[in-house]
Design a binder for this molecule. Structure first.
Ligand code: APR
Ligand code: PHB
Length: 390
């Protein structure tokens, strides 16, 4: 098989790039290890920047997002028994975010690929990258016991944090930066009316909590838990009790509980690999960087990679201009690090750290106090939360 762009990974990054390139007539193939059902079974965050939404519309995948997604003009930060609103809209001169689940977004991308007859191959095993630094890179893989080869001009590593692309770069050609946090998030999805129309990020002495939602009948809640905990330690009853304890009393009183329909624990990690290019292979999304979910940056950081890569590929194939490809890593990383900084800061601000001293805790108090006493500080939070320009 022959194609122009071989994309490894059928998550949001790989699918969105595939769709955008196809619309420009740039032939590509997506290789995905899992089945479509498996990919769509993953529950992940759901806060989209408008820059991302615009890209989805450009990819002709924005219809359902625009119909079913909710525009959120603000978020709440709760601490010391009270909740305070961050008016994203007024602080950013009219910007906001769209709440639309990543699962739904991925479904829309799969549907669009299918409609266009996009080449997405599921169930591939043992994907290997060859001759990455040559002008004729290729991919080999196995499917149902058969060995296959795809010759391409470029390879995109959009295969997530545990993928094979980043690992194919020689150790001395890549530098990895990492911070692992000493706790995880226990998330529960329930078919209940959300306690608040807007997200509530709560800091409490027992740990962080988040009230989020997928729609007005589907809630997503989280509590910070120890890394030693397993889902089995957390009955629904224990979860709801803990969540209520960490929320202001008036919010807890309004909280509608119900059976969990999904429950999982995710560790928190900050990670960046540099550079995001090796030869004719480009890394994008979680394959190159991950953030703790606190600032809702994960998917949005992937979106800016795709935006830069898409434009760079179009310039290459339509105008013979390689400036975008040559500058991709530098440009993408500049924005990636800003997302890293913000996610790290939100995480430090709102979580209880097991080893933290009285001094650390007082600094956290002061950071929150300063935040809500300074329009400049609040504006900084707001402009990062709605997304810095691409
Ligand atoms: N071969 C083929 N496919 C692979 C391989 C491999 N060796 N390794 C991983 N994959 C697939 C995974 O099964 C997954 O579907 O690559 C895909 C990567 O998707 P994601 O992990 O979702 O990463 P990405 O598309 O970059 O999405 C950005 O934003 O909110 C965040 O972390 C969240 O997934 C989200 C991310
Ligand atoms: C979610 O809805 O899953 C969610 C929302 C905001 C975050 C993290 C997760 O910061």
């Amino acid at each position: 098989m022959k194609t122009k762009v071989g994309i490894i990974g059928g998550g949001p990054s790989g699918l969105l790039l595939s769709q955008l390139l196809d619309l420009q007539g740039i032939d590509n193939v997506v290789l995905e290890r899992r089945s479509r059902e498996y990919v769509l079974g993953r529950i992940r965050a759901g806060v989209l920047e408008h820059g991302f939404a615009k890209l989805m519309r450009e990819a002709k995948c924005g219809e359902r997002m625009d119909k079913e997604g909710e525009i959120h003009d603000g978020i709440y930060i709760a601490y010391d028994g009270d909740k305070k609103r961050v008016d994203l809209n007024s602080l950013t001169g009219g910007n906001s975010v769209i709440v639309y689940g990543q699962t739904e977004l991925t479904r829309d991308l799969y549907d669009a690929r299918e409609k266009m007859g996009g080449k997405v191959i599921h169930g591939v095993e043992n994907v290997q990258l060859h001759d990455i630094t040559s002008d004729n890179p290729s991919l080999t893989f196995e499917k149902e016991g058969q060995s296959e080869k795809i010759e391409c001009e470029y390879i995109i590593g959009a295969d997530g944090f545990h993928g094979v692309s980043r690992k194919s770069i020689p150790r001395d050609k890549i530098k990895e930066y990492e911070r692992v946090y000493p706790f995880g998030w226990l998330g529960v999805l329930s078919r209940t009316k959300p306690v608040s129309k807007e997200l509530i990020y709560a800091r409490h002495e027992r740990g962080f909590a988040l009230c989020s939602l997928r729609s007005q009948v589907l809630s997503r809640y989280y509590v910070q838990v120890s890394l030693e905990d397993s889902v089995d330690d957390w009955s629904d009853e224990r979860f709801w009790k803990e969540l209520k304890t960490r929320l202001p009393e008036d919010v807890a009183a309004e909280l509608i509980t119900g059976d969990s329909i999904e429950k999982s624990i995710a560790p928190l990690r900050s990670f960046v690999a540099e550079p995001m290019r090796y030869g004719n292979m480009f890394l994008a999304g979680d394959a190159a960087h991950i953030v703790p979910p606190t600032g809702a940056r994960g998917l949005n950081s992937a979106a800016s990679d795709i935006y830069y890569l898409y434009h760079a590929m179009v310039d290459h194939y339509k105008k013979g201009d390689d400036t975008g490809l040559d500058n991709y890593s530098k440009k993408a990383l500049a924005r990636v690090w800003k997302g890293q900084r913000f996610s790290w800061w939100m995480t430090m601000l709102l979580h209880r750290f097991p080893q933290s001293s009285g001094f650390d805790n007082r600094l956290q108090d002061t950071d929150l106090d300063y935040l809500f006493s300074s329009e400049a500080a609040l504006t900084s939070l707001a402009e990062n939360y709605v997304g810095l320009p691409f």
